[in-house]
Design a protein around this ligand. Structure first.
Ligand code: MSP
Length: 522
């Protein structure tokens, strides 16, 4: 299979310090949509997610819970797996940084960096934020109200002094800038590029990459007093999962460099600066692209445990169903921007876009087919110009949609599919097949055929976002599972008149706004 037909996409690995919330679900959902799209489009996909289990933050959380650290990470990691299952994610691997394969990869990468003269032993004295697991320069800090100093993220910092190995990051500034110039799509969205380049132009200092004051991490090869800095450990997961240190063949040769690391904007610096620098310094190829998405607020407020407004994705799924939640998260904000989560906005979209625009279209058309066409794909008697106007754009859409996916413009993808849905609704109203029933039953058959075929195409295209609902819709069109990839979008695979169809049923529920959750009629 040609290299271009492979796709390796990763989520960040999640800290196991706390319960998963909507922010975690969001990052992985975007990857799941991409992975599903690429598989339907004929790619050999590897989709990786997992948990980040070392470091001071996790160790402290385990201590606070009064539980052995490994037992604690096992438990919290399981919650992330459960969330992935509840969200319908189709990852091919779930990596945990406490696994043996990962320790081997980290230590090998360390040795490579050492062999190439990229690491040296020194002493770190400076500020560290446990919450971010990050070092900060004095100039980046602000004074908090309590007299304590805060990182730009708002995290509290503490003064640290300890022996440490350093990575010669200061030598990589110009090469990183050149790398971004040579690979203009590396940092996405484009608007984020400046913050990365100005960080580099501000001058890179060597990076402390080991700790000695606690033990919860991967031991530094040859120096047992040190464990590896959790970000060097964590970032390495992306190559562990493709079989590193084996680089000559196997999955590494197949999938590396990754096509996309999906991350939140808060961790762009680690992925767009440190990670490519580590890799280049080790003589390995950097990934192709890093996309930094925005953050969700809840009804206008920052989401935080102390505010008690953390959104539990499992509760949302329970209340609204999985696919409407997936749809809303991908549709509501242009991917890359921050977004506000509100129940009202969610219910509005579910009712107007899912239940009305698409649900009604399918329900109306399939009920008419069921009643008036002998519960089978209608016969058509020659298409007219305006039938093609409706049919053709749907078939041509895929090339536009591919571009949106490659740029991670999910809301544009959905917007474009909805323009087709709206066109189909306009066509039903104008053609009024219910009137044709008496005057021109042949023409009625043609109109209903055009509409049914459109529904088939729309359902195929929406599978990455709403897999279960679209399965049910495609079931109603008697499309077998092996005929649901994008290879079947075109006219050669259009519905065959006369094919028996099962009784139609509504796919999208309608919700009542007042109580924020009650299900109405569907
Ligand atoms: N462990 C590191 C990543 C290491 S990757 C080699 C980490 N973990 S995290 O659990 O804190 O965060 C994981 C992801 O969740 C980040 O991409 C972050 O942006 C995302 N989100 C956390 N809260 C969020 C919102 N409120 N909104 C959107 N995404 C947010 O960072």
């Amino acid at each position: 299979m040609a290299r271009s037909k492979r796709y390796y996409v990763t989520t960040p690995i999640y800290y196991v310090n706390d319960a998963p919330h909507i922010g975690h679900a969001y990052t992985s959902l975007a990857c799941d949509v991409l992975a599903r799209f690429k598989r339907l489009d004929g790619f050999d996909v590897k989709f990786l997610t997992g948990t980040d289990e070392h470091g001071q933050k996790v160790e402290k959380s385990a201590q606070a819970a009064g539980v052995d650290t490994q037992v604690f990470t096992d438990r919290v990691s399981r919650n992330f797996r459960d969330l992935a299952q509840a969200m319908g994610f189709t990852h091919d691997d779930f990596i945990r940084t406490t696994e043996e394969r990962h320790k081997r990869a980290c230590q090998d990468l360390w040795r490579r960096l050492m062999d190439r003269g990229q690491l040296y032993l020194g002493a770190y004295s400076g500020w560290y934020a446990v919450r971010d697991e990050a070092f900060y320069g004095e100039g980046e800090l602000t004074d908090g109200p309590d007299g304590k100093k805060n990182a730009p993220s708002g995290a509290e910092v503490e003064w640290v002094e300890e022996p440490s190995y350093f990575f010669k990051l200061s030598e990589w500034g110009d090469r990183l800038l050149k790398f971004y110039d040579d690979n203009p799509d590396f940092i996405a969205p484009r608007s984020r590029r400046n913050e990365v380049t100005s960080f580099i132009k501000g001058g890179l200092e060597d990076l402390s990459v080991s700790r000695t004051t606690f033990k919860w991490g991967v031991p530094v090869p040859g120096d047992d007093d040190h464990i590896m800095y959790v970000w060097l450990d964590a970032l390495t997961n992306y190559i562990t999962a493709v079989g590193y240190p084996e680089t000559d063949g196997g999955e590494y040769a197949t999938y590396w460099p990754a096509d996309l690391h999906m991350v939140g904007k808060d961790i762009l610096r680690f992925h767009a600066v440190y990670w490519p620098a580590f890799l280049m310094a080790a003589g390995l190829e950097p990934p192709k692209r890093v996309f930094a998405h925005g953050w969700w607020t809840n009804e206008g407020d920052k989401i935080s445990k102390s505010l008690g407004n953390v959104i539990d994705p499992l509760e949302l799924i329970e209340t609204y169903g999985l696919d409407p939640v997936r749809y809303f998260l991908m549709r509501e904000v242009p991917f890359g921007n921050d977004g506000d989560f509100s129940r009202r906005a969610m219910i509005n979209r579910m009712n107007s876009e899912l239940a009305n625009d698409f649900g009604n279209l399918a329900q109306r058309v399939l009920s008419m087919v069921n009643k008036n066409c002998g519960a089978a794909v209608p016969m058509h008697a020659g298409f007219m110009e305006f039938d093609y106007v409706i049919l053709n754009p749907a078939q041509d859409l895929i090339s536009t949609l591919r571009e949106y996916m490659d740029r991670q413009e999910f809301n544009q993808y959905l917007e474009t599919v909805w323009s087709v849905i709206r066109a189909a609704n306009g066509y039903v109203d104008r053609q009024a097949p219910w009137k044709l029933k008496k005057d021109d039953p042949e023409r009625m058959g043609t109109v209903l055929y055009v509409l049914t075929e459109m529904i088939r195409q729309i359902a195929l295209l929406l599978q990455p976002f709403m897999p279960d609902s679209m399965d049910r819709m495609l079931e109603q069109l008697a499309i077998s599972p092996e005929h649901r990839t994008f290879a079947f979008l075109g006219p050669d695979h259009a519905l065959v008149p006369g094919t028996a169809l099962p009784k139609p049923e509504g796919v999208f529920p309608r919700f009542v706004e007042e109580d924020g959750g009650g299900k109405g009629g569907g």
